[in-house]
Design a protein around this ligand. Structure first.
Ligand code: NAP
Ligand code: 8YV
Length: 325
């Protein structure tokens, strides 16, 4: 559990605002501690007097504080993001204006890595598909087709940060060979760094994507990377839908250029393209961090960052691009 600083002294009504829906218990804590305003989805309808009072916005990775909303909040001091990924918040504008941004790293790493392992096991062994086979009564007419062995395979991890390393540690317990790609090799890890994502895919049985979203990684897993996996290769994405060229993935699946995919994230959530809903694709509705325990820890850390800011203290978990204290 996170150590929480004491609640800040009362702040003026309207100082703290909420952008987008939040975990119910986080909303409740915000309502209990502050007189919170809910920002409208359409920035054009934001009352300038309301906007002027806002010093802190609490949001989630799904919604964030984008360029337009941030520009409409002249006295904004902090964005506290429920989630480690903050690609929906305009950090460049925040940095330029001295606005702090905080996120919720580490507390969700284990659950997201567990999800990646679940997806990897499912795409190799097809447990979901075989359960559907049984439930549909098809076992009476013959056994389920043979699947693929995960143990001993080669796992390529694209992005070896907190979550990527937790995935690699877990996969290593299955006697796999771990390879990884990052822009800079990670010191002190026992795994081989492969500089290019295409080479990583070519050498891997499964490519698992664990880089941040945003402009710098948009389409990083393009048609060439996907094709490099080959007809026996799998793609698993627990990062952001924007990192993978979804159209290229569909084409590769339909033409048999890769063997299957396991996806927790999509380009236009909650929309999932009809053509991705296939038996060789395991689809999850962005549930990587979605356990009671982890969501409580994320809530506590979101509140800890907000309280620390309002108390004039350093933030527990500032993002690297914006001021910490
Ligand atoms: P992190 O610790 O910052 O790790 C990011 C890793 O990606 C680093 O190793 C970084 O290394 C690498 N990277 C960044 N840009 C890259 C590029 N262009 N090419 C190759 N590698 C690159 O982040 P984290 O805590 O592990 O979280 C990773 C992401 O997972 C989050 O940003 C979020 O989008 C996603 N996530 C999803 C869920 C879910 O529910 N599915 C939950 C939590 C997080 P270099 O800087 O050296 O390249
Ligand atoms: C959350 C996530 O579901 O932390 C992240 O980056 O994607 C997930 O943990 C999301 O942030 C909540 O909107």
């Amino acid at each position: 559990m996170t150590n929480l600083p004491d609640s800040a002294s009362p702040v003026a009504p309207g100082t703290v605002a909420q952008a987008g829906p939040l975990l119910e218990s986080l909303q409740q804590s915000l309502r209990d501690e502050y007189s919170v305003v809910r920002l409208p989805d359409d920035v054009a309808t934001l009352d300038p007097a309301v906007a002027a009072a806002v010093r802190a916005v609490v949001t989630s990775g799904r919604v964030g504080v984008g360029s337009e909303l941030m520009a409409a909040l002249p006295n904004l001091e902090i964005v506290t993001n429920f989630g480690v990924g903050y690609d929906t918040t305009d950090v460049a504008q925040a940095a330029a204006r001295g606005i702090r941004v905080a996120n919720t790293p580490d507390v969700l790493t284990d659950c997201v890595a567990d999800t990646a392992l679940g997806l990897m096991l499912d795409v190799f062994r097809r447990f979901g598909a075989s359960e559907r086979f049984l439930r549909d009564g098809r076992w009476e007419s013959g056994g389920f087709p043979l699947t693929r062995r995960f143990s001993g395979s080669t796992v390529g991890v694209l992005g070896l940060g907190r979550i990527g390393q937790a995935i690699a540690r877990r996969a290593a317990a299955f006697d796999t060979t771990i390879l990884y790609t990052t822009r800079r090799p990670v010191e002190g890890v026992p795994w081989e760094h492969v500089p290019s994502a295409v080479d990583l895919a070519r050498r891997s049985d499964v490519l698992v994507v664990a880089v941040p979203g945003g402009a710098s990684t948009e389409g990083l897993v393009d048609a060439e990377v996907i094709r490099a996996l080959g007809p026996d290769g799998f793609l698993v994405n627990i990062a952001r839908g924007s990192v993978v060229d979804e159209d290229a993935l569909i084409v590769a699946l339909e033409s048999g250029e890769i063997a299957g995919a396991g996806l927790d994230v999509f380009a236009h959530e909650p929309h999932v393209p009809e053509r991705l809903i296939r038996d060789d694709v395991t689809l999850l509705p962005h549930v990587g961090s979605g356990t009671t325990e982890t969501r409580q820890d994320m809530r506590d850390l979101t509140l800890a960052n907000l309280r620390a800011h309002l108390a004039g203290e350093p933030l527990p978990t500032p993002v690297p691009e914006t001021p910490a204290g």
